[in-house]
Ligand binder design. Structure first.
Ligand code: NAD
Length: 345
């Protein structure tokens, strides 16, 4: 029986992975710690490791895993910005769950946009305190507004359809425009200039880091709303804070934050987070921050467990790894020339 070292375990992960384990014959050792150079030794004796968005799969971690005999890393997520693919190439195969439920993320994106615009986060707290005043709860109709969608992959497309249902105009920007979607693709500059709301759905890469920065913000409409359910570092948070202070940005809904790694998914209600930028964001009435929860539906968790097991079964059976991602795929936007047995190397 193969052994899987499972890092950054939460109760809900365990529930869904345990439910399917009989079918796959994989023994799982669960660890609450995130994978890092300090914790990698926990994987000693394991055949594979399973990680999530905030584990740090850097060069040192990869070298150590390789020395221990680990030949596959299973990401139980779609995003992969936390992996040093260059270091892994030729040594350890990296598989992921490319689409566990793009609906979960797209629907949550609309939930956040509605909440921040219609101030649901404020009214919820008010009525719990028997305050039924409507002062300062005025929002705007989404109908007729222009939403700029950056990244029109699986999630961006579904979000575009949801927005169409609300009667919104859509402007799209993608480095690989998909003409079959019938979307109005424009340059990033035009999208920034014309959108009332901007929603981010592209991956975090070297070229998208701080895509929303002082310069792009300066081109946006006054009072623009920004929604980020993709990755925190797509936004230069300090520049966003300044733009909120000067009212350039009218509202921000953030499910991700560039310094989230040691904070999100944990309970600090009884202590101190020590992150002044995040504290400031949380104190702003027109900002909603949630803790990277856009993916969190039953359907998504079931699919994550299912596809992760499938990926591992395929690896151990020597079969094609349809969900493998490597240095080359990542660099070329998914166009890797697969080698023997349908694997990246
Ligand atoms: P996807 O790969 O299907 O689509 C990404 C799109 O972004 C592609 O069309 C790609 O061409 C485009 N893109 C790449 N570089 C770009 C650039 N520089 N500018 C504009 N567009 C660019 O991915 P997806 O499944 O739609 O997921 C999108 C992102 O959502 C993921 O990368 C991940 O970071 C994030 N995500 C967040 C959560 C959450 O819980 N908050 C869950 C899943 C995914």
């Amino acid at each position: 029986m193969k052994t899987l070292a499972f890092f950054d375990t939460k109760e809900y992960d365990k529930t869904y992975f345990e439910a399917l384990k009989e079918k796959h014959g994989i023994h799982i050792r669960y660890f609450e710690d995130k994978l890092s150079a300090e914790t990698v030794s926990l994987a000693e004796g394991a055949d594979a490791v399973c990680v999530f968005v905030n584990d740090d799969i850097n060069k040192a971690v990869i070298e150590r895993l390789y020395q221990m005999g680990v030949r596959v890393i299973a990401l139980r997520c779609a995003g992969y910005n936390n992996v040093d693919f260059k270091a892994a190439y030729g040594k350890i195969h990296v598989v992921r769950v490319p689409a566990y439920s793009p609906y979960a993320v797209a629907e949550y994106t609309m939930a956040l946009l509605l909440a921040v615009n219609r101030k649901v986060h404020k009214s919820y707290i008010r009525t719990r305190d028997f305050n039924f005043s409507l002062n300062r709860l005025v929002g705007f109709d989404l109908h007729g507004k222009t939403v700029g969608i950056i990244g029109t992959g699986k999630i961006g497309q579904i979000f575009a359809n949801i927005c169409k249902g609300f009667g919104m105009h859509i402007l799209a920007y993608d480095v690989y425009p998909n003409d079959s979607l019938g979307l109005n693709y424009v340059s990033l500059e035009e999208l920034c200039e014309k959108a009332d709301i901007i929603s981010l759905h592209c991956p975090l890469t070297e070229s998208t880091k701080h895509l929303i920065n002082k310069n792009t913000l300066s081109k946006m409409k006054d009072g623009v709303y920004i929604v980020n359910t993709s990755r925190g570092a797509l936004i230069d948070t300090e520049a966003l804070l300044d733009a909120i202070r000067t009212r350039k940005v009218g509202g921000a809904a953030l499910d991700v934050y560039e310094e989230e790694t040691d904070i999100f998914f944990e309970d600090f209600s009884d202590s101190f987070i020590g992150d002044d930028t995040l504290s400031l964001l949380l104190s702003m009435p027109n900002v909603i921050v949630s803790s990277h929860q856009a993916f969190l539906t039953n359907e998504a968790l079931e699919n994550i467990a299912d596809v992760t097991y499938e990926n591992l079964d395929a690896f151990f059976a020597g079969e094609t790894l349809k969900n493998e991602i490597c240095y080359h795929c990542q660099k070329s936007g998914g166009h890797c020339s697969r080698k023997e047995k349908g694997r990246c190397f």
